[in-house]
Design a protein around this ligand. Structure first.
Ligand SMILES: Nc1ncnc2c1ncn2[C@@H]1O[C@H](COP(=O)(O)OS(=O)(=O)O)[C@@H](OP(=O)(O)O)[C@H]1O
Ligand SMILES: Nc1ncnc2c1ncn2[C@@H]1O[C@H](COP(=O)(O)OP(=O)(O)O)[C@@H](O)[C@H]1O
Length: 275
C-alpha cells in the first residue's frame, strides 16, 4: 500500500460543510472534511483501486463507490463525528488488542482493565473471542480460514467501537501475524500510536497455559480429542512489534490487576484517557 501526503486544492463551501477536492491520477476526487488545523490528506491505493482517504482520523472514505463485493455505495457523513464523541466522553477511542495462547490470561487482563477504566469514569467494551463466537461469529470454526475471518470481523467491530469513542478491548488468540497486522491497518493511519491500536502480547509460555488448563482443553488436545488446537497442533505466531508485553514465564505471575495497571499507565502516558 502506498501512502502519500497531498494538500487539498480549491476548498468549496457546500451547505454547512466544505468539500475538499484533490487530484490523483488525473481525476478529481471529492472528500468531506472539517477544517481543523492542518489538513494533510493521506491517500492509500490498494491493488483493487479502492481509494481510502483519511482526514484527521476519519476512516475508510471509499471515494470510488465500492468496497469488496459491495458496489454503488457511498459513504454517508454525519455532523457528529468521532472527535465530538470523544469530547463528550473525555477519552480517545482506540483498540487494545490482546493476543496470546488459550489460558495465557487475556480475558482476566481484559476484565481487570475494563474495571479499572470504569473506576476512572472511562468507557470501555470487551470483545472476547470466546464470547463473540457465541453470536456474531457462531458460524466460524477453528480452521485457518475461519480464524482469519473471525479476526477480520472482530477487527472491523473494534474499529467501530473506537470510532464511537470507546476504549475497545479485543482479546482473542489471534494466532496469525498477518491478521493482526490487517486489524492494525484497519484503524486510521498516520501516527499509529495516537490513533490506532495497541497490541498487548500475553507472553505466557505453553507449559504455563497447559498447567492452568482451566477448561481442560489442552488435555483433550493432547489426547487427540480436539484437532487443530493452538500451541499443540496449530501455530501461534508471537508478535515482535507489540506496544506492551505482559510476561509470565513461571507459574508465579503478577496478578491480572497489576498487568492491567501497565496498560492503564500506557494509556495515560499516550493521552488516551483525556479528550
Ligand atoms: N482448536 C482451538 N484452538 C484454540 N482455541 C480453541 C479451540 N477450540 C476451542 N477453543 C476455545 O476458543 C477460544 C479461542 O477463540 P478465539 O476466537 O480467540 O480464537 S482465534 O483467535 O480465532 O484463534 C479459546 O478461548 P481462550 O482460552 O479464552 O483463548 C478456547 O477456549
Ligand atoms: N496473571 C495470572 N496469574 C495466575 N493465573 C492467572 C493469571 N491470569 C489468568 N490466570 C488464570 O489462568 C486461567 C486462564 O485465564 P484466562 O483469562 O481465561 O485466559 P485466556 O482468556 O487467555 O484463555 C484462569 O484460570 C485464570 O484464573
Amino acid at each position: 500500500m502506498n501512502t502519500i501526503g497531498l494538500k487539498p486544492a480549491l476548498p468549496v463551501i457546500s451547505g454547512s460543510k466544505r468539500l475538499g477536492l484533490f487530484s490523483f491520477n488525473g481525476g478529481n476526487q471529492p472528500i468531506d472534511f472539517k477544517p481543523r488545523g492542518v489538513c494533510l490528506i493521506k491517500v492509500a491505493m490498494e491493488e483493487t483501486q479502492t481509494l481510502k482517504v483519511d482526514v484527521q482520523g476519519k476512516v475508510d472514505k471509499l471515494a470510488n463507490g465500492h468496497a469488496g463485493n459491495s458496489t454503488n455505495i457511498k459513504w454517508h457523513e454525519c455532523p457528529v463525528e468521532k472527535i465530538d464523541r470523544q469530547k463528550l466522553l473525555q477519552q480517545k477511542g482506540c483498540v487494545i488488542w490482546i493476543t496470546g495462547l488459550s489460558g495465557s490470561g487475556k480475558s482476566s487482563v481484559a476484565c481487570a482493565l475494563s474495571q479499572m477504566l470504569y473506576q476512572r469514569g472511562k468507557l470501555s467494551y470487551i470483545l472476547d473471542g470466546d464470547n463473540v463466537r457465541h453470536g456474531l461469529n457462531r458460524d466460524l470454526s477453528f480452521k485457518a480460514e475461519d480464524r482469519v475471518e473471525n479476526i477480520r470481523r472482530v477487527g472491523e467491530v473494534a474499529k467501530l467501537f473506537a470510532d464511537a469513542g470507546f476504549i475497545c478491548i479485543a482479546c482473542l488468540i489471534s494466532p496469525y501475524k498477518k491478521d493482526r497486522a490487517a486489524c492494525r491497518a484497519m484503524l486510521p493511519s498516520g501516527d499509529f500510536i495516537e490513533v490506532g491500536a495497541s497490541p498487548v502480547f500475553m507472553d505466557v509460555p505453553l507449559r504455563v497455559c497447559e498447567d492452568r488448563d482451566p477448561k481442560g482443553l489442552y488435555k483433550l488436545a493432547r489426547a487427540g480429542k480436539i484437532k487443530g488446537f493452538t500451541g499443540i497442533d496449530d501455530p501461534y505466531e508471537s508478535p515482535l512489534d507489540a506496544e506492551i508485553v505482559l510476561q509470565c514465564n513461571t507459574g508465579d505471575c503478577s496478578t491480572p490487576g497489576d498487568m492491567a495497571g501497565k496498560v492503564i499507565s500506557y494509556l495515560e502516558e499516550k493521552g488516551y484517557l483525556q479528550a
